[in-house]
Design a protein around this ligand. Sequence first.
Ligand code: UGA
Ligand code: MN
Length: 233
Amino acid sequence: LMIYVITPTYKRPEQIPELTRLSHTLRLVKNITWLVIDDAESKSSVVEKLLNKSGIRYEYMLAPMPNEFRSNKKYLPRGVSNRNKGITWIRNNAKTGIIYFADDDNTYDLKLFEEIRKTKKISMFPVGLVTHLGLSTPIVKNCTFIGFYDGYYAGRKYPVDFAGFAISVEFLLKSPNATIPFKAGYEEDLFLKRLLPFSFGDIELLASCCTEILVWHTQTKKNHPTRKTTMIK
Ligand code: UGA
Ligand code: MN
């Protein structure tokens, strides 16, 4: 069964290091198609070279963030056009398989991919290092869903991170109009609400009934390489 990994990326000094790390993880996963979607107007030959030498089955696509959203510096809908492009590609090219949204800067345990392969409809699992609480996860009792633990509820029905769920291609295809909205902070919630209705009881709880963390929302510290350093005289 194919796993379609949708990775938004964008040009900055950390892009190649992030994609190098992620590609080295994905190299170890069987039956994956890596959809790498660049928030850029033109393709990057450096990214393309990296993808080529990875040996991973991939599609490299472009999906620049519309300018009207780019100008809103405070609430940037990061990775939205990219993920929507990936969703459209899957609608046009796949009939079965699993979809997982994997940002370029997160850290993934290989076991995560074994787990999400079990997804029938929609699965969820813990994500480490999200918000000040350090964890975003379904709350589970006797392997039954009872709620969500997340540092940012904001009135959301599904207070989850993109890294914390997977869906089957079949399930996506049942909702032909479901896209991710350009609404910073509400992308996951509104996307999940646009899918065919499912109840909390339908959520497949992976990672040993959500007792294991298999993905971390790591964030790379910016090194500001253009800034002068006071350490060098
Ligand atoms: C958090 C969430 O984990 C993301 O799922 C969510 O998209 C994001 O917030 C948001 O909505 O702002 P965070 O670590 O804060 O993630 O964001 P980034 O990792 O900077 O960006 C998320 C993804 O979008 C990354 O794969 C990144 O490469 C990409 N991105 C970011 C772009 O394509 N364009 C940008 O201008 C910025
Ligand atoms: Mn991130």
